[in-house]
Design a protein around this ligand. Sequence first.
Ligand code: PEP
Ligand code: MN
Length: 460
Amino acid sequence: MTDTAASALLPPFPLPAAGTAGLDHWRSLPISQQPQWQDPAVHTSSLRELSSLPPLVFAGEVDVLRERLAAAAQGKAFLLQGGDCAETFEGATADRISARVKTILQMAVVLTYGASLPVIKMGRMAGQFAKPRSSNDETRDGVTLPAYRGDMVNGYDFTPESRGHDASRMVKAYHTSASTLNLIRAFTQGGFADLRLVHHWNKGFTANPAHSRYESLAREIDRAVRFMDACGADFEALKRVEFFASHEALLLDYERALTRIDSRTNLPYDTSAHFLWIGERTRDLDGAHVDFLSRVRNPIGVKLGPTTSGDDALALIDKLDPNREPGRLTFITRMGARNIREKLPQLVEKVTASGAQVLWVTDPMHGNTVTSPNGYKTRNFDDVMDEVRGFFEVHKALGTFPGGLHVEMTGDDVAECLGGADPVDQESFLERYESVCDPRLNHMQSLEMAFLVAGALSKN
Ligand code: PEP
Ligand code: MN
């Protein structure tokens, strides 16, 4: 029998271990970036409570997302993933959540036109509450306290009470995620995301004289929408959009407690989000994070910084996607504008030569963080765009598909990143810098990025 005939008899992608086998193996492995919970009894009771609460997402939705990402890996769709660096409990208001979702939908319309491809819409939302930190402590005016690690762990206020690691915050993170998801589902499924309406919101962007250079693209989109209308396109069907939730899987206690065995398949799904990613600081091949996520069925992302070698990438593929299942693995590169043209080609070449088909996504934010002269953590819009351009150039040169964009953004008029056509300057940080972690593109900067990327995609 030939190899082809033999493999035809196998299920296309042998699945990971069924049931709960191995789901706790990570506990015996090195683990970084975990909290030091102050009260063991609260920790135990919080995890027990989380284990008994309903799933936040369903296994069937997770499977749909895997199919969508498989299409993107094959060059037939584009992923847009965006949201806060760190969500906060206080920020989970109707206005802010809907502004963020609206901005992502607005960006997606522009990108869909530019790429002539479906855009998979995904929020860094409804669970992005835990942060890795480079230092365990923070010192202000001679006082040293534990660093802020996200609302799921401790508070942002600089007091000993607030900075203690309180495990009951994991339960609050669950409930805040549930109410955020509820609003997202209502917004995207309830008819509020009508293509014509989203397109109408975008007109506000081009009405700003600073954005006049985007007018011709906006006019083309306008004509396309009117053309669809004239052809009798079913705009009713376009009122509902798929929207997926994602976050960094950092606190493994939390992720494990929300992992459930799907009754249809007897396979484990991490039901805290559709998509989970492993951060640059926790992608250690023999560490707990990679092991745990290798055992759940969700599509998985891994952030890859400039020190990643081709062999690291191959080893991650072997561990996280041993069956080479399309849609399973996304590499989110965050090299920095200065490094991307030099560092990315070797990774892409090595992965491509191995025959693996991952989805390549650019995170143009995390390699471009600087401190402004007046002391704020910021990013220059031009650096961010330069990394995006480098990402497209590298993939074009290698004949591979630049499959998506991962950004820290908000729907609000904050001032956190410098520049843009209607430029943000460092003086505006004093009034409008709101992020508790990394600087985000504001509403207008996010739309501007979508217009620029759409321009690049349409030439691709
Ligand atoms: C993040 O996405 O906020 C983050 C911490 O990224 P990275 O792991 O790439 O540094
Ligand atoms: Mn960040």
